[in-house]
Design a protein around this ligand. Structure first.
Ligand SMILES: O=C(O)CCC(=O)C(=O)O
Ligand SMILES: [Fe+2]
Length: 318
């Protein structure tokens, strides 16, 4: 089946200065109308190298309770034909491969974005068919990136666990321990003639336990906080960490999965590289025993991650 990529739509609609109707969001989603422009509290930025570990844990736990989101101070250009070599096979059960979200949302609208998914860790989970062969260093760079990401992720899990009053390993073990899958996504948001009317990605929380994201310098990420859509300013060299659904579940709602969306730019392509840290498919995630008692009954049902994902992706109740 021939799929129309957003990148290809761009070349036809840019000149006319308009976009196809299926990309025009209802007014209550349009960024020009719904982005908050007043004075806002700064999104928490946490210094990874702070020698005061207690302070890091406090800041991280506060950010995860209040925002579900924090940042840590501490591209390749493919031609279209080449991207199609890694296209997600039609009807394939896995999410991996190059693609464009085919399912429209409840309003029948589409996202202004194309993406490529491929796993980068653990090594046994990697499907090399979805890893671009070009540039030739891609595989090696990804291996190195996965190693570095694991160091960051282990620290963040530890701090978040201690922030809940638990032992340092409890949260990571609850999300799958050493079996946690690192799923890399590369988002490509082409320039858009009407960024006021459309969204790169509509409002969502990530299915993952946690997401570690690097954006390019084009701003676009927005976080929903206190009923307002707030721009996350670009900070060079900062990693963005999202709390995903699985940590919200494990913490029995103490940490909140961050509601976020992306806007697009009129002139520049935006890109982002999130890594979704996901429990293995068969792994059951539920509120941690230590956080549940008669005063705090479980707020979520324990569920295999694959069943949770299936319900979310098919908009079924959990
Ligand atoms: O592009 C971004 O900054 C966010 C991407 C994102 O939310 C996602 O891919 O789930
Ligand atoms: Fe996301």
């Amino acid at each position: 089946m021939e799929v129309e990529r957003v990148q290809a739509i761009v070349s036809s609609s840019l000149t006319k200065g308009n976009i196809p109707i299926e990309f025009i969001r209802p007014e209550d989603e349009q960024p020009a109308i719904t982005t908050f422009h007043g004075p806002i509290p700064d999104i928490p930025v946490i210094d990874f190298n702070d020698p005061d570990q207690g302070n890091v844990i406090r800041c991280m736990a506060d950010a995860s309770r209040d925002w579900g989101y924090s940042r840590y101070a501490s591209a390749y250009k493919f031609i279209q034909e080449e991207k199609e070599l890694y296209a997600k096979p039609h009807g394939a059960p896995s999410i991996e491969g190059y693609g464009t979200k085919l399912v429209r949302d409840v309003h029948g609208k589409k996202n202004w974005a194309d993406h490529l998914f491929h796993r980068i860790w653990p090594p046994t989970s990697i499907n090399y068919q979805f890893l671009p062969q070009n540039p030739p260093s891609y595989r090696e760079v990804n291996e190195e990136y996965a190693q570095e990401a694991r160091k960051v992720v282990d620290k963040v899990f530890k701090w978040l666990s201690v922030g809940l009053g638990l032992g340092p390993d409890v949260l990571k073990q609850g999300a799958g321990g050493e079996e946690i899958v690192y799923l890399m996504k590369i988002n490509y948001y082409p320039p858009c003639p009407r960024p006021d009317l459309t969204l790169g990605l509509a409002s969502h929380t990530d299915l993952s336990a946690m997401t570690v994201l690097v954006p390019n310098e084009v701003p676009g990420l927005q976080v929903f906080k206190g009923g307002l859509w707030i721009d996350a300013k670009y900070i060079p060299g900062a990693l963005i960490i999202h709390i995903g659904d699985q940590i919200e579940i494990l913490s029995n709602g103490k940490y909140k999965a961050v509601q976020h969306r992306t806007t697009v730019d009129k002139e520049k392509a935006r890109m982002s590289w999130p890594i979704f840290l996901e429990p293995p498919a068969e792994f059951v995630v539920g509120p941690l025993d230590q956080l549940v008692d008669p005063q705090e009954p479980p707020k979520y049902k324990p569920k295999k991650f694959k069943d949770y994902s299936y319900c979310r992706l098919n908009k079924l109740p959990q």
